[in-house]
Each structure stands twice: as structure tokens, then as C-alpha cells.
Write a protein that binds this ligand. Structure first.
Ligand SMILES: CC(C)(COP(=O)(O)OP(=O)(O)OC[C@H]1O[C@@H](n2cnc3c(N)ncnc32)[C@H](O)[C@@H]1OP(=O)(O)O)[C@@H](O)C(=O)NCCC(=O)NCCS
Length: 151
């Protein structure tokens, strides 16, 4: 449970490993080019890597704009799930967001993704609105969740 984990900023060198986890985790995975764009072009992007002695086990993408932080994606390698790594990664990402000046942190989750919603709720996120037919593979609705660090 108390596995040694390092949290650090993602670089271009991590794209292949992150992309592998992305494709194992999402039905609409981002492309490698999208991650490349995030690393080299997007001034607002900050991606956090979770690394153990097994290599890169997860990542969490943030867009930081003024006092708002949007979580673009978070995933833990399937064979490493259920060991509190997602929780520790999300907590690390929340600390980074605060350090970078964010007051509000938001994200979307598929309405069927109760695992992710449980994690966010556990860390203080509240339900916001619903974005109807948000996901283009099955037109599932997205639940918007948010946390205000000042509350
Ligand atoms: C969501 C995800 C990052 C969670 O990471 P994880 O390391 O497996 O989760 P943790 O072990 O840290 O669990 C933390 C909390 O998440 C929730 N959770 C985790 N696994 C769960 C499960 N199988 N069922 C219900 N809730 C679960 C619980 O609230 C848990 O806290 P608890 O154990 O005290 O109840 C991981 O499941 C994942 O990568 N999923 C695929 C990608 C994805 O859906 N990302 C989110 C997109 S919005």
C-alpha cells in the first residue's frame, strides 16, 4: 500500500509510456501527437507523472489558466489499479494546481464512470452540471465535477 512513488512533470521522453496507458484506459484515447502538442506548444499544460520501481504507472493532465485548473485526463496502468496510486496522483496534482495559483479545479467524467467519480468525491469534488452527449463514441453524458480550494 505504501509503495514508493515519485511525482514529476512529464516530458516528451514520457510520451510513449503515457500513450500506452492512455490506449489501455480510454475508449477515445488521445493520439501521440496530442500529447506532443501538450508538451511543446500548450503553455497552459502541466502533466504529472507517477513513477514507481515498475516504471511509469500513471499520469494526470492539467490545464492551468489563471485561477482555474482543468483536469484533462487521469489514468493508472490497469495492472496497478486499486492500490491508492490514483488517489495519491490526484492529490499530487491538486497540490501542484494550488502551487500554480488555482482556486477552482474542474473535470468531466462519464456518467457511468463511478470509480472515477468516487475518487473525485473522496477528494472533495462536488457535482456540477451535466454536459449532454459529450462523448462522441457512444454519446454518453459527462458529469462536470469541481472543487474550490478556498471553501
Ligand atoms: C480512476 C482511476 C485513475 C483510479 O485509480 P486507482 O489507483 O485504481 O484508484 P485508488 O486505488 O487510488 O482508489 C481511490 C478511490 O477511488 C475509488 N475507487 C477505486 N477503485 C474503485 C472501484 N473498483 N470501485 C469503486 N470505487 C473505486 C474509491 O473512492 C477509492 O477510495 P477507497 O478505496 O477509499 O474507497 C483508475 O481506475 C483508472 O485509471 N481508470 C481508467 C481511466 C479513467 O477512467 N480515468 C478517469 C477519467 S474521468
Amino acid at each position: 500500500m505504501n509503495e514508493e512513488v515519485t511525482f514529476r512533470k512529464m516530458t516528451i521522453a514520457d510520451i510513449d509510456a503515457v500513450y500506452d496507458i492512455e490506449t489501455l484506459s480510454f475508449s477515445l484515447p488521445w493520439t501521440k501527437e496530442a500529447f506532443f502538442y501538450e508538451m511543446v506548444e500548450n503553455q497552459h499544460a502541466y502533466y504529472v507523472i507517477a513513477e514507481t520501481d515498475k516504471g511509469i504507472v500513471g499520469y494526470c493532465g492539467l490545464w492551468l489558466v489563471l485561477d482555474e485548473c482543468h483536469v484533462t485526463n487521469i489514468a493508472i496502468r490497469p495492472d496497478e489499479r486499486g492500490k491508492k496510486l490514483g488517489e495519491r496522483l490526484m492529490k499530487a496534482a491538486m497540490e501542484i494546481a494550488k502551487e500554480q495559483g488555482a482556486i477552482l479545479m474542474t473535470l468531466e467524467a462519464r456518467v457511468s464512470n463511478h470509480v472515477a467519480q468516487n475518487l473525485y468525491r473522496k477528494l472533495g469534488f462536488k457535482n456540477g452540471g451535466i454536459r449532454k452527449r459529450y462523448y462522441s463514441d457512444n454519446y454518453e453524458d459527462a458529469l462536470v465535477m469541481w472543487v474550490n480550494f478556498n471553501e
